[in-house]
Design a protein around this ligand. Structure first.
Ligand code: TPP
Length: 628
């Protein structure tokens, strides 16, 4: 840290105000260097954070944080903000168990206004902030910072609609780098590009001249007059007309890497107290680190890498997302009713190949999970077989659409529920621990739980051939070779796998935790406790008869799952059992009802006693205590 002459003097944003313009630019360089150092070691959201270094400095320089509220959308880009707000000394613990979170967190700093992680909440939070501020009769600035990707979400539009209506002071910063994770998509994104490239101005100017010319008799004269007074035309063509029409004053576009300009415009806009304003800031994702500038998508969220070459430290192996995406691609070659949908997560959900091979049947809807589900239901109604690949945590956004649009009409929409269970370093906003709980109660929704790569493929095949109402296939983050295939020839999508070394303990599990259950069984068998591992291929409908039979046969049972116990498999099993069978429950192994921190999956499982050795020990103790 000694090498950071300026950064080491910044303990609070007030210290920024002592620096000259040149020093602020030098500080930006130091911040970039520190971000690259730490992210190359720990992994993290590199490209987005590098893109907003000057923006973060300018915001903290001009606004009086934390009294003024800077609200980061998603929060994955907040590393520079963290370095400027008293977290320099813990920055090296970024995303590590017990260390600094990769997202803003109110428990971490008073400069973090909200816990965030899911996109497009900043404008709603800002709307709430300004109404609360005005009701309390207080006076401070509220400054949400939202990316062009996050602006594509319905939630952002809902908030803009409201902000334009209430007409209170707020300064929205639109951080436009033309990227979501991949290049941004949609009409709004094209609109921003038009503004930046001047196309909007030129096209509208042409339309106006054409209109003048069409006026009988005096048209040509009016056109000539307008051309001589170019300012007249400029004044009637506002680049941010969309926002202006919503009642939000537009400023920009501004170069987001020119600190002097940024500071000047923030200072200027801060003085204007007449309602909502938006400053359109143009930034370069990955700025200052060539590999990230050249391929921002790859460096959006990145595992540890060599900072000299940008190459990952560990060789990437095939992920379960890729297994699912490739299978879908293969099936789409034989069945042209298959379509794939993503909500701005093409590569994350393994749909890269599909998007290239079948561009007409591939739909990136932007960060719009709610829309994605309802969109899929209409395609299903028209005879197509839509697969929406989505992370478990982001599917939370689509609950009503699943109930109201997919399930109620029994439409064959298939959800590929990726990143189910613990996801690791991204932490509490990203774990997929709610999905079984909110999907299990939806009538007619089939929830499949493959235990390995082959089962995952077989279930996708099954859904394609049997499009009987909505379904979800749930699988975790990670490399497929972590889960060697153990499938037998015949595979029943609603059946079970049974591995038995005895009847002392029945371990019930569903899906990828089968691997742990088998390890537990091995440990206990060596201690003379015979186990049967019962792995369910589906949680809904659940194999009631098989579960009851096996519980009757065994002395005790336990449930092992990668989910909250509340709402999860543990509760699903209890709910179907006769009272006398319920007393055989030894223990449930899953997560307690609290938000689960960040860290590697191993450290988190260790904390909750969910590593195979710990589970085996708990069962051993419990079994001996109960059956002494
Ligand atoms: C509801 C939701 N869906 C998906 C994501 C995953 N995600 C994280 S950042 C991101 C792209 C955000 O793009 P933008 O707002 O332009 O920020 P940038 O990274 O380009 O700075 C996405 C899709 C999320 N965080 N929340």
């Amino acid at each position: 840290m000694d090498k950071y002459v300026l950064l080491e003097k910044i303990n609070t944003p007030n210290d920024l105000k002592k620096l000259s313009a040149d020093q602020l630019c030098k500080l930006a360089e130091e911040i970039r260097e520190e971000i690259i150092n730490v992210v190359s070691a720990n992994g993290g959201h590199l490209a987005s954070s590098l893109g907003v270094v000057e923006l973060s400095i300018a915001l903290h320089y001009v606004f009086d944080t934390p009294v003024d509220r800077v609200i980061w959308d998603v929060g994955h880009q907040s590393y520079a903000h963290k370095l400027l707000t008293g977290r320099r000394d813990i920055f090296s613990t970024l995303r590590q168990f017990g260390g600094m979170s990769g997202f803003p967190k109110i428990s971490e700093s008073e400069y973090d206004c909200y816990n965030v992680g899911h996109s497009s909440t900043s404008l709603s939070l800002a709307a709430g902030e300004i109404c609360a501020r005005d009701l309390k009769g207080e006076n401070y600035a509220v400054v949400p910072v939202i990316g062009d990707g996050s602006m594509t979400s319905g939630m952002a539009f809902e908030a803009l609609n409201h902000i334009g209506h209430i007409k209170r002071d707020v300064i929205i910063v639109l951080n436009d780098n033309e990227h979501s994770i991949s290049p941004n998509v949609g009409a709004l994104s094209e609109y921003f590009t038009d503004i930046i490239t001047g196309k909007f101005y030129n096209r509208t100017r042409r339309q106006i001249y054409r209109f003048f010319r069409s006026i009988p008799l005096i048209g040509r004269a009016v056109e000539r007059l307008a051309q001589t007074t170019k300012k007249f035309i400029k004044d009637i063509i506002t680049p941010g007309k969309l926002f202006e029409d919503l009642g939000i004053r537009y400023f920009g576009p501004v170069d987001g890497h020119n600190l002097t300009h940024l500071i000047e415009i923030f200072n200027r806009v801060k003085q204007i107290n007449n309602g909502p304003k938006i400053i359109h800031v143009r930034t370069i994702k990955g700025k200052g680190f060539c590999p990230a500038e050249n391929c921002p998508e790859k460096y959006h969220g990145i595992a540890p890498f060599d900072k000299d070459t940008g190459k990952p430290l560990k060789l990437k192996t095939k992920s379960l997302s890729e297994v699912a995406g490739n299978k879908l691609c293969e099936l789409a070659g034989k069945d042209d009713s298959i379509v794939a949908i993503t909500a701005a997560m093409t590569s994350g959900t393994g749909l890269d190949e599909f998007s290239k091979k079948y561009p007409r049947r591939f739909f990136d809807v932007g960060i719009a999970e709610q829309h994605a589900v309802t969109f899929a239901t209409a395609m299903a109604k028209n005879g197509l077989k839509p697969f929406f690949a989505v992370y478990s945590t982001f599917l939370q956004r689509s609950y009503d659409q699943l109930v109201h649009d997919a399930a109620l009409m029994h439409l064959p929409v298939c959800l590929l529920v990726d990143r189910a269970g613990i996801v690791g370093d991204d932490g509490e906003t990203h774990h997929g621990l709610f999905d079984v709980g909110f999907m299990r109660g939806i009538p007619g929704l089939r929830i499949f739980t493959p235990a390995d790569e082959t089962q995952l493929e077989k279930l996708i095949e099954y859904v394609v051939v049997n499009p009987d109402g909505p379904s979800a296939i749930r699988y975790p983050r990670g490399a497929s070779d972590n889960y060697p295939a153990m499938v037998t020839d015949s595979f029943d999508p609603f059946g079970v796998d049974i591995d038995s070394s005895g009847d002392d303990i029945l371990i019930i599990t569903a899906g990828f935790k089968r691997k742990y259950a088998l390890e537990v069984s091995n440990i206990l068998t060596k201690k003379n406790i015979g186990c049967t591992v019962l792995n369910l291929h589906a949680i809904a409908p659940i194999a009631t008869g098989i579960i009851s039979q096996n519980i009757s046969r065994c002395r005790n049972y336990c449930v092992l799952e990668d989910h909250y116990i509340t709402g999860g498999l543990s509760e699903a099993v209890t709910a179907i059992l006769e009272p006398e069978l319920r007393v055989k429950l030894l223990m449930n192994f899953g997560y307690p009802a609290e938000f689960i921190c960040h860290g590697t999956s191993d450290t988190i499982e260790n904390k909750y006693g969910l590593l195979p050795s710990q589970i085996a020990e708990s069962i051993y103790q419990g079994f001996n205590g109960k059956n002494r």
